[in-house]
Design a protein around this ligand. Sequence first.
Ligand SMILES: Cc1ncc(COP(=O)(O)O)c(C=O)c1O
Length: 458
Amino acid sequence: MKNDYVSEIHKKDKLVLHPYEDMESRGTYDRKLIVKSDNIYLYDENGKEYIDGPGGMWCNNIGHGNKEIGEAVKNQLEKLEYCSPFSESSEISAELASVLSELSPGDLNTVFFTTDGSTANDTALRFIMFYNNILDRPNKKHFITRHKAYHGSTYLTGSITGKDREKNNFDFEKNFIHHLSSPLSYRRKNNQTIEEFCDELVKEFEDKIIELGSENVAAFIAEPVMASGGCIVPPEGYLKRIWQICKKYDVLYISDEVVTGFGRMGHFFSSEEVFDIVPDIITCAKGITSGYMPLGAVLFSDKLLNDIKKESALFFHGYTYSGHPACCAAALKNIEIIKRDKILEHVQEIEPYFHNKLQKLYELPIVGDVRGKGLMAGIECVINKDSKEALILDKAIGSRIDEESIKLGLIIRPLYHICVLSPALIITKSQIDDLVEKLFTAIQNSLQQLKTEGLWKD
Ligand SMILES: Cc1ncc(COP(=O)(O)O)c(C=O)c1O
């Protein structure tokens, strides 16, 4: 691309307030411009190729540059671009609802369409408040969530999010939201076994319900594997035990499958097939269209809807773009491709290879933990492997690794001292080799920088 044109675009881009933008530095630097995509790769204005390590924002499941989805969207727009979901229905949203209810576990057969993951979780939470009001249980309003969870950027979903950084300078609901410990076994107490750690988490949960009174606790919400909290895989059996406690105390269970859905764990939904639970509500987004179009969905159990069927009450909740025809067309084609190209089977087959390869990173003195499940991974950097002190010096090591990776043609997602990966599900073994090689070198180069700057001594 011509330099003048690129400078012009950079100038215009400074008019955009981007998500998670720093107020001080915004407008002072040029963001990387991505102009093309294909397979697991993104290309910048100079034609430089990058492996898209995070798969966009954990959403690029079938890979970039698929032409069939574009065709399906175009055909749908030409046939019917929009009708109001408040008063009419479209064939395509009804088709998608039917496919989702087939794919979902248990009796989760009713679908509410949203525009993204935040609005899917917001809908789930608002629905539960509505449900308990109708059932004349106005006090059953408390939500239990976990530290390091991420559930979205609306007021309510931002409030149930458990990431401290994301709470800076914002206001949040505190009265009916309770954050429990995150299930990060890497940071369990010294000498504690994983089983003891799990027992502690489960006890903390049950104690919280007893403290609040089960008549006041509405729901528990959890990502099966925490994504942007640092790719946190819970201890074996943890989710199932929490789910059983929810049933014991009549507390609803919301499984946030915004990241884990549509193949990332090797299944359309991981709640039942991987973690052996059938939640009352599943929320999903991202991989539902592989990020080609914005769409979210909430899957409700028949029981929930039946419980309030007799009552005359309007569900005054909805979005102009609930079930947008073009987005539903993208989702249906995406699901068709996942099935036809046996992408779930591919993930199941390649998952051990991905995690085994990443073990090589332990050779580096600053890599303390390499964890993950499905095609998701988190690499946590520490000052000392024994003390596990997080490697946050003058600036978080994640940003240095990010800068070094970019030079090598790899995009990662830095979260302070953690790098997370969730590449497209079609990634091959040789592409995994390439990704790990680049990441290894980027971490090595970042360590060298620390040494040169006198921030690290062997
Ligand atoms: C687990 C989880 N839930 C919800 C969301 C919010 O989704 P969205 O950004 O589409 O609103 C995200 C986004 O990263 C997520 O990771």
